[in-house]
Design a protein. Structure first.
Length: 456
């Protein structure tokens, strides 16, 4: 479990990057290019106790840069030569094998407005006696009319061990502060060994609360919510599935919320790593999914052979508002002085505001230097200049990605006074229509979203 305590976990990227555009004919845009989307890697389970091996599916899609115009039907070429010594492939009906290790798969056209289409889904299975350390690449290329793709590949390996996974729970919208809800997911084992115990990490953002703090979990409150580490004692054998339900309360400060959870086979080392240097407090309620305790000494803990599906995030949005208010400042000085103007973003609630999905700033404020002054030394991590005209530079400064109710964030703006202009002033205002986090969608009063910086 890597960095399980951070709400903003890194997502696995599985699409190929295009190297250069290929010219196209009159039926589709010239700047178009095909892209191949495929899993970055997968691990095939070795033989289980009965001598058989479980299949893994590889789903491949083809997309394009621009959705204008029509892209004709095309061909996806798949080469499995590097894995033929340890894996067997089963081709779908739309794939025509050219040899034992190569097939060409027909994919449909992309009409105007269509950005991607499925190209092929084929099955892989480890051969009997496959070396658990074996690995190689499945390689792809695609053409459609005069368009070609940049090559893409999937790393395929073989491993022995449990392979725990979590299903993706549905996102929840239009919740109301004060109500209760739950997140339900399925825990499964698609590996070839039993997970004798499971280490579960869960995290609920600041506007949510756990309905119960379970005795087999330990909890830690932090600035963006509450995390928990739970030890589940039910053995999960290959092919088994269990339902995991977490009850949540929606607080009066809730608005843009997030629930994260992940699973992995339990070990003392994994628990210690997850705890880190933080202080955790054990719950006192009933155990989460109470089950008979397995004999911890019956089998040594084995690592998860493919952790790509161990982590899931769920967005939970509540109907609520948060009134942002901007305040400016008055400063004064002589020619040559550098003075500091302060602009503060206040969150007057009732909700906290957080962008826990895309990581956008709660507020971006824009301003220009007051007449007779020059902005100097703005922190690059918060602010950036934008040349909006031949003589005026507009500055954009971003708050952090969350702001609690009744909290504020202040920007310090250094101004060098080049000449004294009595009553020089500039407007500072929030950018209310940021596509990543639009203020007008949650702020009921936009009249207080601007302020003045006044010099002398």
């Amino acid at each position: 479990m890597k960095n399980p305590h951070r709400l903003l976990g890194a997502a696995l990227v599985s699409c190929a990057l295009a190297a250069a555009g290929i010219g196209a004919g009159p039926a589709y845009a010239q700047e178009n290019q095909l892209w191949i989307s495929a899993p970055y890697e997968t691990v095939l389970p070795g033989a289980d106790a009965d001598g058989g091996a479980r299949e893994r599916s590889l789903a491949v899609e083809v997309s394009r840069d621009v959705a204008d115009g029509r892209v004709p039907a095309g061909r996806l070429t798949v080469d499995v030569g590097e894995i033929a010594s340890f894996a067997r492939v089963s081709w779908p009906a739309n794939c025509e094998p050219e040899s034992e290790v190569r097939a060409v798969c027909a994919f449909p056209e992309m009409p105007a407005g269509t950005e991607r289409v499925p190209a092929a889904t084929f099955e892989l299975r480890a051969l009997p006696g496959a070396d658990p350390g074996a690995s190689g690449y499945v390689r792809y290329s695609a053409t459609a009319g005069e368009l070609t793709s940049h090559p893409q590949e999937t790393r395929v390996g073989v491993g022995n061990g449990p392979d725990l996974g979590l299903s993706q729970a549905a996102y929840q919208r239009d919740l109301r502060p004060g109500m209760e809800t739950s997140v339900r997911a399925t825990v499964s084992n698609s590996g070839n060994r039993t997970a004798e115990r499971t280490l579960l990490w869960i995290s609920a953002s600041y506007g949510l609360r756990f309905k119960e703090r379970n005795a087999n979990c330990e909890y830690r409150d932090h600035s963006t919510g509450t995390g928990a580490l739970c030890v589940l004692d039910e053995a999960v054998a290959p092919g088994q599935q269990y339902t995991l339900t977490t009850g949540l309360g929606v607080g009066r400060k809730a608005m843009y919320e997030r629930f994260d959870h992940s699973v992995q086979p339990y070990s003392d080392e994994a628990l210690a790593e997850a705890r880190g240097d933080w202080t955790w407090t054990r719950g006192t309620g009933a155990e989460l999914d109470l089950r008979p305790v397995a004999d911890a000494g019956a089998m040594a803990a084995e690592p998860d052979i493919d952790p790509q599906d161990n982590y899931r995030a769920v967005i939970l949005d509540a109907r609520n508002t948060a009134d942002l208010k901007l305040t400016g400042s008055r400063v004064g000085g002589s020619v040559g002085d550098t003075v500091t103007a302060r602009v503060t973003v206040h969150n007057r609630g009732p909700a906290w505001v957080a962008s826990l999905g895309v990581g956008a700033a709660v507020a971006t404020v824009k301003f220009q230097a007051p007449e007779g002054t020059t902005v100097t030394g703005l922190p690059e991590e918060d602010c950036r200049p934008s040349e909006d005209g031949p003589s005026a530079t507009t500055y954009y400064c971003r708050t952090p990605i969350y702001l609690h109710d009744k909290a504020s964030y202040t920007f310090e703006i250094p101004l060098r006074i080049d000449r004294v202009v009595r009553g020089a002033r500039t407007t500072v205002a929030t950018v209310n229509d940021d596509p990543e986090l639009s203020i007008w969608k949650f702020d009921p009063n936009l009249l207080n979203n601007s302020a003045w910086i006044v010099v002398n």
